[in-house]
Design a protein around this ligand. Structure first.
Ligand code: ADP
Length: 448
């Protein structure tokens, strides 16, 4: 087992990994930008290294500086968390070249899944059902028009290198196709350095259902059921739950096995998520994330597992402890993402936390790097905490979430907490009856 792990991230996810390390008797190294000198992950780790100025490009995204920090501290492995370098094939490769373990898949796997066209082709070949659409990339407007007419409007144009909800544009007719096509291409180019795009049928009322998978890198893999992340704003998840309120055990077993078999076939190592749109009882693959997801705690809650611990174990070459027959669902869990943002426009709201009190009690988990007096810097993501609740069933989890939100105090900055207070009173949320478009409509109705 590793003796020392460096965490190439910040905020709550850095804390999450440090906690797993501590329980496993592994020393942890935090890296940070100058803006994060007083951050909780720096305080909580056994050691810390300042790797650069505020800008992520010169700190958390600098492969060279992170390798240097490993060499200075003698860290044998790196956990990338999510975001930043977590799905960067060059990072995985450079670490391997320096004999430092990457706690995640190989550079080759990251490369395949990071290009959405290649990922879709790969999954299709492995028997995973996909959204109907173009056969690979669409080079020009004329071809786009032909494909769109074939599959029928509305369609969605996606940048093959896209992510985080960027590089996607919907077109409802030939008229708006041209602008949508150009915009998706230029967003792909400017955000991801790649202007290749493809086309998919735009589904009208699907749910976002994703399957958690885990592989040992030697051809064995399991699935840990699904998460329903349909409540989204601008294609970004805000509320996630497991199990999916509309998924039956039979469907879970079937799609779960398809996913586990697919990742086993590519010798996948570690945690991964296969994302689907789900409509009228059918699953349609959209993409795979080759890392730990923000919403992983809901899966941990209902399966009673520690995904980070298992990631570290298999990266160190140990046998995977998960066995499909042992993975059984217990109850229901919900996570809400708490951002430092001002409603109704969700404008980032960094600043000083004058008072922080985390909720507690049975079935409540608060993953946050906040503390009294902490100043949220303006340079990074606005996620400041994740509140996760677990109950014997969905109604109990909902009641617990309401109770826990009532205990939470975050003073000094605006947060998205009031959004959840209101959402929980909605009958559709209470019954679990919503598609990926539900929240946008609700926001318009509620905030105008
Ligand atoms: P990203 O990599 O940017 O997260 P995804 O391909 O995972 O992009 O899609 C993100 C979200 O966009 C989905 O959860 C869904 O809400 C919406 N979306 C993606 N593809 C489609 C589609 N074919 N039809 C309808 N909505 C879609």
């Amino acid at each position: 087992m590793f003796k020392k792990i460096l965490i190439a991230n910040r905020g709550e996810i850095a804390l999450r990994v440090i906690r797993a390390c501590r329980e496993m008797g592994i020393a942890s190294v935090a890296v940070h930008s100058t803006a994060d000198s007083d951050a909780m992950h720096v305080r909580m780790a056994d050691e810390s290294v300042c790797i650069g100025p505020n800008a992520s490009a010169e700190s958390y995204l600098s492969i060279q500086r992170i390798i240097a920090a490993c060499e200075i501290t003698g860290a044998e492995a790196v956990h990338p968390g999510y975001g930043f370098l977590s799905e960067n094939a060059a990072f995985s490769q450079t670490l391997a070249d320096h004999d430092i373990a990457f706690i995640g898949p190989t550079a080759e796997t990251i490369r395949i899944m990071g290009d959405k066209i290649t990922a879709k082709d790969t999954m299709k070949a492995l028997g995973v059902p996909c959204v109907p659409g173009s056969d690979g990339g669409v080079p020009d407007y004329e071809t786009a028009k032909k494909v769109a007419q074939e599959i029928g409007y509305p369609i969605i144009i996606k940048a093959t290198a896209g992510g985080g909800g960027r590089g996607m544009k919907v077109a409802t007719s030939d008229e708006d196709l041209e602008v949508a096509f150009r915009t998706a291409r230029s967003e792909g180019k400017s955000n991801f350095g790649n202007d290749e795009v493809y086309i998919e049928k735009y589904l009208q009322r699907p749910r976002h259902i994703e399957i958690q998978v885990f592989g040992d890198g030697k051809g064995r893999a399991v699935h840990l059921g699904e998460r329903d992340c349909s409540l989204q704003r601008r294609h970004q998840k805000v509320f996630e739950e497991a199990p999916g309120p509309c998924i039956t055990q039979e469907e879970r077993d079937r799609i779960g096995k398809t996913c586990a078999d697919a990742v086993a076939a590519i010798n996948y190592i570690g945690a991964g998520t296969i994302e689907f749109l789900y409509e009228d009882g059918e699953f349609f693959f959209i993409e795979m994330n080759t890392r730990l997801q923000v919403e992983h705690p809901v899966t941990e809650a209902i399966y009673g597992v520690d995904l980070v611990r298992e990631q570290i174990r298999v990266a160190a070459g140990e046998e995977m402890e998960f066995r499909q027959e042992d993975l059984k669902i217990n109850g229901a869990a919900i996570e809400v993402r708490i951002n430092a943002e001002r409603l109704p426009n969700f404008a980032p709201c960094p600043g000083k936390i004058t008072q922080y009190h985390a909720p507690g009690g049975l079935g409540v988990r608060m993953d946050s790097a906040l503390y009294d007096g902490y100043s949220i810097p303006p340079y990074y993501d606005s996620l400041i905490g994740k509140l996760i609740v677990h109950g014997r069933n969905r109604p109990e989890a909902l009641a617990r979430l309401k109770r826990a939100l009532g205990e939470l105090i975050v003073d000094g900055v605006d947060t998205t907490v009031p959004l959840f207070d209101q959402l929980l009173n909605d009958p559709d949320v209470q019954s679990g009856d919503y598609s990926i478009h539900w929240l946008e409509k609700w926001l318009k109705k509620t905030y105008g």
